[in-house]
Design a protein around this ligand. Structure first.
Ligand SMILES: Cc1cc2nc3c(=O)[nH]c(=O)nc-3n(C[C@H](O)[C@H](O)[C@H](O)COP(=O)(O)OP(=O)(O)OC[C@H]3O[C@@H](n4cnc5c(N)ncnc54)[C@H](O)[C@@H]3O)c2cc1C
Length: 344
């Protein structure tokens, strides 16, 4: 474990926003995690958990202690010839893990390729992309329960997974720190290729009989063409969730705005209704490409807010609040922010 006092976090968040934390503890084992979390409780210190910093907005300095998850390790727990259960430590890089499982001949994570961040954070907002969500492939996880003071196990069904949400994000935020996650992967995966431009990307590459690795390559190419790379331009991916509204409301909106992009939620999805494309709403409200000093709205993807350097979390959050107010005034639709705000 490594402890740094008054640690600079500006390189530890993909938006590149400035901020410091009083104590940063980089934790690379479950024993260290238990020790740190037990001492935080005893001293009544505020606690925050950090993975790769790709889904947070640093609003300023962060008090107390921040645990940065660095627990490593990838191992196969069972293999019946078809289904394989693979476990990864919370500190493993998510994208590298997807590529490692594909190289092992296992499908399941291909549509979730190139999402930044760590394995441990992936269940927190039930990461999703190209028609697949983490809940579809997660088997179970281990987390330290700060209330019970011990490690506990969760089956996927116990995590209250919903669209970009889980028990760990909005149910009981801060109670559990995830240390290991297990995935149910397959040697004969059912490929999901009907979402976005995956089929077009495969045929552009002349792939006739795609494998999971081919789908991953297609997803990577599409993402690279659409989303800014945080190493080049500070961002946290989608800044707002796509709002889910009652289907009658979506139809009324579509009658007034024929270009509205809306999809019926699949049967059994939570929440029910129609999902509206937040990027379309923001673009139509006139925000796409807008720059306000060091912060702005990306010029190709209106759902992505960007920080070009030299700005603050407060400036970014003011821009987000103005966008939310403008979309509400134009369409009567409430946008919910996706990244978590840390600091004050
Ligand atoms: C360019 C870009 C594209 C993106 N695309 C997508 C996408 O397609 N789909 C998608 O769903 N997301 C996407 N994201 C968002 C982000 O990558 C994911 O939410 C990712 O899972 C965050 O991982 P992280 O390790 O960076 O978490 P962080 O940003 O460090 O933390 C996020 C939250 O999780 C908590 N947390 C982190 N680790 C743990 C742990 N071990 N235990 C408990 N709590 C923890 C933190 O306290 C915080 O509340 C994108 C982000 C970027 C920058």
């Amino acid at each position: 474990m490594r402890i740094i006092e008054h640690a600079d976090l500006s390189r530890s968040n993909t938006l590149g926003l400035p901020g410091r934390v009083r104590i940063l503890a980089r934790v690379d084992s479950e024993d260290d995690l238990r020790a740190v979390l037990t001492s935080v409780s005893a001293r009544n210190l505020p606690l925050n958990v950090l993975g790769g910093g790709s889904n947070i907005v640093l609003a300023g300095d962060v008090p107390g202690l921040m645990v940065q998850m660095a627990i490593p390790g990838i191992r196969v727990l069972s293999d019946d010839g078809r289904e394989v259960i693979v476990e990864a430590g919370a500190g493993e890089n998510w994208h590298a893990f997807t590529q490692r499982t594909l190289a092992m001949g296992l499908g399941g994570l291909e549509n979730l390729s190139l999402i930044p961040g760590t394995v441990g954070a992936a269940p927190v907002q039930n990461i999703g992309a190209y028609g697949v969500e983490l809940k579809d492939v997660m088997h179970s996880l281990t987390a330290f329960d700060r209330v019970a003071g011990r490690f506990v196990e969760f089956a996927a069904a116990d995590c209250a997974f919903a669209y970009r949400d889980s028990l760990f994000k909005s149910g009981q935020p801060g109670r559990h720190v995830i240390s290991r996650v297990r995935f149910r992967l397959s040697r004969q995966p059912l490929l999901h290729m009907d979402y976005g431009d995956i089929r077009q990307a495969l045929s552009a590459r002349h792939v006739q009989r795609p494998t999971a690795a081919d789908v991953s390559r297609a997803v990577i190419a599409i993402r690279q063409s659409k989303l800014p790379d945080p190493a080049q331009l500070g961002n946290a991916g989608s800044f707002f969730k796509n709002p889910v509204v009652p289907t009658a409301e979506a139809e009324a909106l579509k009658a007034r705005h024929p270009g509205l992009v809306a999809y019926a939620q699949p049967a059994g999805a939570h929440p029910e209704g129609s999902k509206l494309a937040a990027g379309w709403l923001i673009e139509q409200a006139g925000w796409k490409g807008l720059q306000r000093g060091p912060v702005g709205v990306h010029d190709r993807q209106a759902l992505v807010l960007v920080h070009r350097g030299g700005g603050t979390g407060a400036e970014l959050l003011r821009l987000a609040a103005d966008i939310r107010a403008s979309v509400l005034a134009t369409f009567g639709v409430v946008l919910e922010q996706e990244p978590v705000i840390l600091g004050q």
